[in-house]
Design a protein around this ligand. Sequence first.
Ligand code: SAM
Length: 267
Amino acid sequence: MSLSYQHIYHAGNPADIHKHLWLMAVLRYMTRKDKPLFWADTHAGRGLYDLSSKEAAKTAEAAAGIQKLLAAKIDHVLWQDYVAQIKKYNPRGGLGSYPGSAILAAMLLRRDDRLSCFELHPQEFTHLQNSLKKYRHSHAEKQDGLRGLGAYMPPPQKRGGALIDPSYEIKTDYEAVPQALARNLKKFPQGVFMVWYPLLPAGRHEILKEQCAALEAEVLIDEWIYADPAAPDHKGMYGSGMVIINPPYTVPETMGALKEIILPLLR
Ligand code: SAM
């Protein structure tokens, strides 16, 4: 099956904010300890998104997400850290470039950490390779992310985990993801695995949640619901979900506090 999803149409939307803040919170916590770690981004996308491109302008999803939030004054240390990372890619001010999950991870990880990013779409993969070039502790692989992840488990560093962020173009992903988690947790029970999923009226995410909740690990589910699916003018996604396996100590509290501040601003 050929892939048609391109994240450039959605970059910087409310779901990206939710997912990328979780990623920042987890990686900031894990890099406090002076021991190298391994991180994987199984569905990395292109790394860096040009919000002035015609694709991003067509949907203008960033207007309801990062652009809206940057205009609000949010007083939280993790939010300010996230904004500081975005500013590194916009040194002259404004918001032309938005760093996605792979670039955020590359920025937060240290020289001795290792980052493996997987992307199957040929065009996205070329962009990804270019955007990761300057991060010597990172590399990109053009292969299936769930299969690729398995090959690195358990990592020799014995610390780390992965962000699993499929586009769910292939509906079997809702079941393939928990199956992959079960396999990888057997090999690396202490791994921190994060899964993003969309909240859509079809409700396919319920099966993913049920199967994740049954995994033999600590499982946290966090949903940001920012639209009313029953509203007459509503179409498509109404919220963003994250499953976090083995959430690091204090990170759920940090994200809970941020949710209270940010979610009302996205509604
Ligand atoms: N994680 C990115 C971010 O937050 O910046 C966004 C990723 S986007 C939601 C999903 C990406 O997965 C798309 O670029 C798509 O081409 C890619 N993809 C789809 N199936 C894949 C697979 N089996 N293995 C690796 N990548 C895949």
